[in-house]
Ligand binder design. Structure first.
Ligand SMILES: Cc1cc2nc3c(=O)[nH]c(=O)nc-3n(C[C@H](O)[C@H](O)[C@H](O)COP(=O)(O)OP(=O)(O)OC[C@H]3O[C@@H](n4cnc5c(N)ncnc54)[C@H](O)[C@@H]3O)c2cc1C
Length: 301
């Protein structure tokens, strides 16, 4: 069990008008203090301005550890902050622990996912780590939140960006595979683009989305935003059905948080079966259409 080092949990929120409203939502999760940098100059993410604001807060409260979401925004900001404070940063941690001396144990896959490295920043503070979306459980709400919100002064320099936005294009937001409750994953056992239709049909019948292993993306069957694994996304759906996926560590290390895994593979020794709750040893070309038909008809056999 991890030692209790007695730390408080504080959050920093940076954003445009209305950001303090989000601070109230955070308190409900038992946070001790939320520092808010609210200014219309923070509307739209600008890495240099946001870094200035977060660095201002870090210099003020001198935290021992700083955790940042491994989102595109967080990934852009975390290295800038770590450099500014001349300290270490571990990207994409999958587990965090702490020692009694307050060294944070930052665990993440390394060397192509063949080992889980434990990384420590022993000589400097703060210890920076980014954590991928969905790899940890959401904090539970507390009944009577006692934390407080502190509005921080935003200086003119803080909102002066050296980044000039020349134009913006709005992209249609689709639910990402990280947010999806039901995923059907097509692996190399699915032989052609045409054959993908049976997996797509199954995903549609279940009201979920199609995702892929890396070779499928490399072969042009899907785009990288739908790739699960070390060089893709980490997912934790309620239900995952893998079709013709072998279960290489680079894939499984990013999906074992799924609530229920159903694996279809004709090889009884396939590694994926070590992680599956339900193992179907058979030809996916027989199983998947049958499963889709049963789901569509809403009956068991
Ligand atoms: C640094 C690095 C990063 C990587 N990152 C990722 C990553 O992000 N995501 C990722 O997925 N991989 C990644 N990989 C690749 C990974 O090692 C595997 O090669 C890959 O996951 C295998 O994909 P697959 O299971 O689709 O294919 P395969 O390993 O070829 O497996 C195909 C499976 O389909 C089964 N099969 C074949 N025909 C049928 C059938 N008719 N019915 C049922 N089953 C059938 C076979 O028995 C086999 O088990 C990475 C590798 C490295 C080195």
């Amino acid at each position: 069990m991890s030692p209790n080092v007695g730390y408080q949990v504080k959050c920093i929120l940076v954003g445009g008008r209305g950001t303090s409203e989000n601070a109230k939502k955070l308190l409900a999760y038992g946070v001790d203090e939320v520092f808010v940098y609210e200014h219309k100059g923070f509307e739209g993410f600008k890495a240099d301005c946001y870094t200035d604001a977060v660095a201002d807060c870090i210099a003020l409260i001198k935290p021992s550890s700083v955790l940042i979401g491994a989102t595109s925004l967080g990934r852009s900001m975390a290295p800038r902050l770590a450099t500014r404070f001349h300290t270490g940063l571990t990207a994409d941690c999958t587990t965090l622990d702490i020692r009694e001396n307050t060294d944070m144990i930052q665990i993440r896959p390394a060397f192509g996912g063949n080992i889980m490295a434990q990384i420590l920043i022993t000589d400097s503070r703060p210890q920076f780590a980014t954590v991928r979306y969905h790899v940890m459980d959401r904090a539970e709400k507390v009944e009577n939140p006692t934390g407080k919100i502190t509005m921080c002064k935003v200086s003119d320099d803080m909102v002066k960006s050296k980044i000039e936005i020349l134009s913006t294009t709005e992209i249609l937001r689709q639910k990402s595979i990280e947010e999806e409750d039901i995923l059907v994953v097509a692996g190399r056992g699915v032989r052609s683009e045409k054959d993908l239709a049976i997996c797509r049909e199954l995903a549609k019948a279940l009201g979920g989305q199609l995702a892929f292993t890396r070779p499928m993306v490399e072969n042009g069957f899907g785009d990288t935003s739908r790739q699960i694994g070390l060089s893709g996304r980490t997912v934790r759906p309620k239900l995952m059905i893998t079709c013709g996926v072998s279960g290489a560590i680079q894939f499984t290390s990013c999906m074992t948080g799924s609530e229920c895994i159903v694996a279809i593979n004709q090889d009884p020794h396939a590694l994926i079966f070590k992680y599956a709750n339900y193992c179907i040893v058979d030809d996916l070309y027989k199983v998947v259409p049958k499963l889709t038909e049963l789901i569509k008809n809403g009956r068991e056999e």
